[in-house]
Design a protein around this ligand. Structure first.
Ligand SMILES: [Ca+2]
Length: 196
């Protein structure tokens, strides 16, 4: 009787130490692989949409910044209301300073406003050169001033003698050659004419 009990205990002990079979290990590795692939896909998705989110936030900031600058140019009277226009549409009549207008079409963003002190114009990438003075012989277009990854277009439409539509579009360039575009529109009135 005692021997029978000992034999049963030995069998139970042996059974608990069997471990995984090869098939169980293969199935476990397969499931783990599927799980890791899913994690990699989720990470890739998160990185991709994180990049898009950053680009959209930056593009919105660029749009708001340009609209606020134009509004400030009007409020400070640095530009007459009739001067706030694209190249070819500026009316410099009786203005204190000549303004060439905002660039047409999509242009690179610059880190500096250039000699006219206004962002979004054709001179934005102009560098004063070694003498640090604009308008001298050593001025040059400096590609190092380009803020890469974004392009901006400013379109100004006269709706009436005292109202303009300002549309700012920003294109951003993501991974894999993807291009996104976001636009902002504001309406600018001739506040000086209307209220001062
Ligand atoms: Ca400029």
């Amino acid at each position: 009787m005692w021997n029978d009990n000992a034999a049963t205990a030995a069998r139970i002990s042996k059974k608990t130490q069997d471990g995984f079979s090869l098939l169980e290990a293969v199935v476990a590795i397969f499931i783990l692989t599927i799980g890791l692939l899913g994690t990699a896909a989720a990470l890739s998705y998160a990185i991709h949409y994180g990049t898009i989110s950053r680009n959209v936030t930056a593009a919105k900031s660029i749009i708001v910044g340009q609209i606020e600058e134009i509004e400030t140019l009007r409020n400070s009277r640095r530009l007459d209301f009739k001067q706030i226009a694209n190249v070819g549409g500026v009316d410099n009549t009786d203005a204190t300073a000549t303004f060439n207008g905002f660039s047409t079409g999509f242009k690179a963003l610059s880190l500096n406003p250039g000699p006219d002190g206004v962002n979004g114009t054709d001179d934005d990438l102009l560098d004063p050169g070694g003498d640090g003075v604009f308008g001298t012989g050593d001025d040059f277009t400096n590609p190092a001033l380009v803020r890469s990854g974004y392009m901006k277009q400013i379109t100004i439409t006269n709706l009436s003698i005292s109202m303009k539509k300002i549309e700012i579009k920003v294109r951003y360039f993501g991974e894999g050659g993807r291009v996104g575009e976001i636009a902002g529109v504001c309406y600018l009135n001739d506040e000086g004419r209307l209220t001062r």
